[in-house]
Structure formats: C-alpha cells, structure tokens
Design a protein around this ligand. Structure first.
Ligand code: PLP
Length: 470
C-alpha cells in the first residue's frame, strides 16, 4: 500500500477511531465472547496472495471489535486505567508513521532530546527535585527489573554481569506483601530468587511496611551471612492501594547502604496534584522511581517513566560501554538503549509530549481530582448502604467493598456471583481482589471520559444487582 491508498485508509481508520470513541457508551464494557470464539472465525494460515484492504477492514469490524474489552469506556472501573487520550493516539500514529528506531542519539536526535525534555517536564510536574534523570521504559515491569539488576550489581561490586551468580553470596531484597507481581518476577529474573525476596509485615489502614520490622530483618540477615541488596517500596499497591512510608523505608535502607526502588506505577500520576504528594513523602531520597503515564495520565500504552536519582549505578549495570557513557552528562549525548533492557526503542516521548501540551498540567490535575473525589464519594455512599461494607479504605480513586446478603451464604461465592452479574450486564466492568483472605470487589475511577454521572450509575447498578441476588 502506498501513496494515495495509504492516505485513504489512514483517513478511514481516523474516522473509525473518532466514531468508536464517541460511541463507546453504547457498547458493553467487557467482551462477552467465549474462549476460542474469535480464533474459530479466522483462517488457520496466512493468505498466499495479497487481500484487499476493504476485506481486511471489514473483518476487523465484524470479527475482532466484538471480541474487545473497551478500556477507554467511561464505565471501565476494573484493574487500573490504561488511558489513551486522543492526543496521545495522534502522537502514537505519527511515531508509527515515521517508524524510527531511537536506540542511539544519532539514530534519531529529536527522539532522544524530546525524551529528555518531556521527562524533565514530568519530573517537575510530579514534584521530584532537580538532579533526577529519566528514561522511558516500555513498562513498570521492565523498570523494576532494571532496578533489581542494579541492586544485584551494586551488592556484588559490579562483577555479577561478568562472572555470573554461581558461588556468590545469597543476596536479599526487602518488600511488603502488598507489592505487584512484577516485583516477584524481577526477583526471579535477576537471579536473586523468590526465596530471597523478604516480605516485611505491614500495618495500618494504608498497609505500610513496618520500618522496625525492615530494620530487624536486615540485621538478622546480615548476622546469618546473607548480603542485603535493596528495598522496594510500594506507593499505591494494586490490590488496595497500599502505601509505604517512603521516608521511613529510605532511612532504614540507606543506613545499611541499600538501593531503594519505589513502585508508583499507578499512584505516581496523582503526584501532579501537590495535595497528594504527602502520600510519597521522602521519595526524593529514593534511588529509583517508576510511574506509568500509560495508566492514569492519558498516554497510550506503552510509556513508563523511570526516574533515577543518580544514573551511574544503573548505567554501570546496563550499559555495554560504561566508559563511553560516563561522558554522557558532559558531551550532552545520551544513548537511551544503554538505559533499558531492549536495544530497539520506539519514539514514545512524542505521545507524552502531545498529552502534556494538549491537556496542560492543570487539565490533568483536574481529571485526577475528579476521579479521586467521585470515587471517595461513592465509597462513602456504598458504605452507608445496608448489607454493604468497605473492605479497604479509599486510597486516591481506589477502594474495595463487600456485600453480605444476610442469609448466611458463603461470602466469597456471593461476591463472585455479584461481580459476575454486574459484569455480565455490560454496563460496568469491575474486578475482584482478596483483602485479608476474603474476596472483595475493587472499584477505581480513572478513565478519562468517565463523568460523575457514570460513577452515580455505578452506584445504582451495584446496589440493584446486589438486591436482586439477595
Ligand atoms: C500496573 C502496575 C505494575 C505493572 O505495570 P506494567 O507497566 O504493566 O509493567 C506494577 N506495579 C503497580 C503498582 C502497578 O499498578
């Protein structure tokens, strides 16, 4: 496809996208298809001969779109948001149209320089002090893996990459029980291992790591011959929004010379609002911080911002030419492929820049304040309904609740039935979690197009569905 045909189909796609976005409310939020139903409608092998675009596009609409869950739907209250604001979709389209590889400065100088500028805008926007440098990772999982590799290399005197890990001392990383599974997987993949990921107990309504327990665990490990390597602090856990006291965690960790990585993948976006920054007080002392503009800030997946207080240890771990890169701050040249696991890199800063400009920080703040206000009001309303109770305290725009039909039925089974009935109705999409061993329904408001009326509708649907099941 070239020339005028490309223009034609790009315009068809643009029109389709605009209609899709304005018509989202008429679609069920979650796909209702059964496993295998979509694949069964597709040929088993690729066509030998080129097919007309008109057929491909028609099959996209007829076969695939009905099998999609609509993450941009204003009544998507499941998981965490994955906002793709129209401005970011346009940035992504342009990046895709140019199809540049942005691994080195010279392979696309504008991409590297915009990445530095846009991340520095974001650094200021979330209140991190000057001196932090940033890189766009594909996901928080990758940023966290890089942080674990850095912890490992620091603890081994930067010899692990060369000698491998066999026969080396057993390293330890500390975290709470509330962290995302990407922390477990980073511990597996970096060779530290699950058995050496030490879970520190939590306390209080925010389920924060107990600093005295962290101190005790480090001391006990040292006495037992282990080598502590780092701590991962949680700012906005996936299940209930757990928040560690970053300041206290950093104090303990740095006393022992340990590297601190902060996982703020979801909640970090809220720090564009100064009034929420007390939730991560002390973060300016952390060594590594990840937050995902691809969640709440409206930048189309993938765009994960990874900030480093000093990039030296990170580069000594990941860069294949460390001597050369040591000059990066002096000659102004950054080769971002040396900051990430992958070599190839798309021009992801473009969509971040489009979003920051098209919404302005004030637009993003207003969106986040709305979501937080609506979710907290909904939590209070649900808590006041007979039979309902909150399972976890609202944190920003996230809370979880339970319903008791009052007839002695098994709580977990009833919660699953309620969740299924709500989701099968197609008007809302919510997901479950386990809080203190029992199932609960999670609610988060975060979709860019959600309105107060959508959150109000959620209240009525949740209450009426529960009544109908009781
Ligand atoms: C979503 C999330 C992750 C994983 O993010 P990816 O970018 O999908 O890897 C990690 N931690 C927390 C707290 C999250 O909410």
């Amino acid at each position: 496809m070239k020339g005028e045909a490309f223009r034609h189909w790009a315009l068809v796609a643009a029109n389709w996208a605009a209609d899709y976005r304005t018509g989202l409310r008429d679609r069920p939020v979650r796909a209702g298809t059964k496993p295998g139903e979509i694949a069964a409608q597709l040929p088993r092998s690729a066509p030998e001969e080129a097919e007309p675009m008109v057929d491909i596009f028609a099959d996209f609409e007829r076969i695939l779109v009905p099998g999609m869950t609509h993450w941009q739907h204003p009544r998507f209250f499941a998981y965490f948001p994955a906002n793709a604001s129209p401005a970011s979709v346009i940035g992504e389209f342009l990046s895709s149209a140019m199809g540049a590889q942005c691994l080195l400065w010279q392979t696309s100088p504008a991409a590297t320089e915009l990445e530095m500028v846009a991340l520095d805008w974001l650094r200021q926007a979330v209140g991190l002090p000057e001196g932090f440098s940033g890189v766009i990772q594909d996901s928080a999982s990758s940023a966290t893996l890089c942080a674990f590799l850095t912890m490992r290399e620091r603890a081994l005197g930067f010899t692990g990459n060369r000698t491998g890990l066999s026969g080396r001392p057993q390293l330890r990383v500390y975290t709470s029980s509330e962290v995302h599974t990407s922390i477990d997987r980073a511990a597996w993949f970096c060779g530290i291992g699950d058995d050496n990921l030490v879970r520190i107990p939590t306390h209080g309504p925010l389920r924060s790591m107990v600093p005295q327990a962290l101190e005790a665990a480090i001391q006990a490990d040292k006495a037992a011959g282990f080598v502590p390597a780092g701590v991962v602090a949680c700012v906005g856990g996936t299940s209930t929004g757990a928040m560690d006291d970053v300041k206290a965690v950093v104090e303990v960790a740095h006393r022992h010379g340990l590297f601190v990585h902060v996982d703020a993948a979801w909640a970090g976006a809220a720090m564009v609002c100064p009034e929420f920054r007390s939730l991560w007080a002390g973060v300016e002392q952390a060594d590594s911080i990840v937050l995902n503009p691809h969640k709440w800030l409206g930048v189309q997946f993938d765009c994960s911002a990874h900030f480093l207080r000093s990039a030296d240890d990170h580069l000594a771990t990941l860069a294949i030419h460390p001597e050369y890169l040591k000059t990066h701050a002096h000659d102004g040249i950054v080769n971002f492929s040396e900051w990430t696991i992958q070599l190839g890199r798309r021009f992801r800063a473009l969509k971040l820049w489009f979003v920051l400009r098209a919404h302005g920080l004030e637009g993003l703040r207003q969106m986040i304040r709305n979501h937080v206000g609506w979710a907290q009001a909904l939590a209070a309303r649900i808590a006041a309904e007979p039979g309902f109770a909150l399972a976890s305290t609202p944190v920003l725009s996230l809370f979880s609740f339970r319903h008791d039909p009052g007839d002695g039925r098994d709580g977990d089974a009833h919660m699953l039935a309620l969740l299924q009935a709500i989701n099968d109705g197609g008007q809302l999409y919510l997901t479950p979690t386990r809080v203190d061993g029992r199932l609960a329904i999670r609610f988060q408001a975060g979709t860019m197009d959600a309105t107060e009326a959508d959150v109000d509708a959620a209240f009525h649907i949740i209450r009426d569905t529960a009544c109908a099941l009781s």
